[in-house]
Design a protein around this ligand. Sequence first.
Ligand SMILES: NC(=O)c1ccc[n+]([C@@H]2O[C@H](COP(=O)([O-])OP(=O)(O)OC[C@H]3O[C@@H](n4cnc5c(N)ncnc54)[C@H](O)[C@@H]3O)[C@@H](O)[C@H]2O)c1
Length: 452
Amino acid sequence: MKFPDLQKCTVAVIGLGYVGLPLCIEIAKKQKCYKTGKQLNRKVIGFDIDEERISELKSGFDKTNEVNKKSLLKADFFDLTNKIEIIANADVFIITVPTPINENKQPDLIPLEKASRTVAEALKIRFKTLNKSIPIVIYESTVYPGTTQEICIPIIEKESGLLCEDSDKKNIFACGYSPERINPGDSRHRLKDIVKVTSGSDNKAAKWINSFYGSIIKAGTHPTKNIKIAEAAKIIENTQRDINIALMNELAIIFKLLNIDTLDVLEAAGTKWNFIKFKPGLVGGHCIGVDPYYLTYKAQLLGYKPEIVLAGRRINDDMGKWVAEQLILEISKKNISLVRSNALILGFTFKENCPDLRNTKVFDIVKALREYKLNLDIVDPRINPSEAKNIYGLDIKNNIPNSKKYDAILCAVAHKKFIEMSNAEWKRILKVNAIVYDLKGIVPRELNPIRL
Ligand SMILES: NC(=O)c1ccc[n+]([C@@H]2O[C@H](COP(=O)([O-])OP(=O)(O)OC[C@H]3O[C@@H](n4cnc5c(N)ncnc54)[C@H](O)[C@@H]3O)[C@@H](O)[C@H]2O)c1
């Protein structure tokens, strides 16, 4: 049996979220291969278990804001579906489902296991009907080293009856892991501009998978020796970032006691060529605040209790509460009555310029502030208010109320709209003597913001 035709294969992408959808669009493009210059003519089947997501995408609406209506409607989809029979038409299966943690901060592999069963089901149908080439299964979800080979491949083998091996047998499939490294909301670093790390279950599979991604990734690829290395590479990218931010957060706490501005300190220290530039802040979302727990889980299974990684996680997880306490302290210093004060939080998403509400640490600030019974408004121009209401039970507005002035404003997320606010706009919403607490360093200095 042969591997699929690189130029003309049909690709099923399982899980059409922040990662899966932009990937579908890139694969479906009728473009020339970046490596060989040959014309690509691939078909894409987008698969998701969320029916609402499928029908929104069919109508050209992407709630993640990663793909615009024109690109979505123009894309050469074979289908957008939640039916397994349809993806049985594919030659390549790419899995981009969520990998969250559970309430014990341990990996929740249920979506990944379910997606593996879906692929196994599709492979069974494909094997009976078409059986034309060796199917390739590629995992892109972030996992701890070993997951693909210890958890995912055994599920596919057991459920499909096929084997993941390099042999002359007919009932085989090949597998690989290629982590996604996109940064939603970032228009400069798009999928094709980020080097793609690739790996495969054997040399032939690794080579095919590397050529496949090399054809659509302008920045090129980095093949690794095996799947575990590719899995580990992704997990440490985010772990390193988490620890660096945790260090900045710890410094911010120390500098607050010293009564010095952390951002000023970092600016000064940053003039040395080898000072690494990170800033303090909230670490939310489903990647940086989650992925390190995948690594620590696996380390503990192997008998090692990580020190630095877990300490960093603790510091970052407690940051929202600390920020809320600092704000309360500042309000109290000015003798403003807490129960009568109007406070405004600017920004609720877990990061700037995207609508993603998952695991936002601004919620920790809101929870802590509520204990003090402030009159609290929350404004975020990027969110869907009904989604925020469903998930967090909060009434969040898209726009700052016209006629209201505040005793305290906490700038929590650096959305473009907030960065672009003029001094006059700031002054319009601030009472005399008001406090501006600026977590992101975006409020004009002449308004005397308190910074981290
Ligand atoms: N978003 C990012 O910034 C980013 C960047 C790099 C890597 N990652 C990783 O990529 C993976 C996906 O993340 P995301 O942000 O795209 O998630 P997401 O929540 O935006 O999207 C996941 C999609 O998968 C669907 N889904 C869930 N279970 C499914 C199943 N069994 N079968 C089919 N579809 C299913 C959901 O309905 C959803 O539409 C995660 O492992 C994440 O850690 C995310």
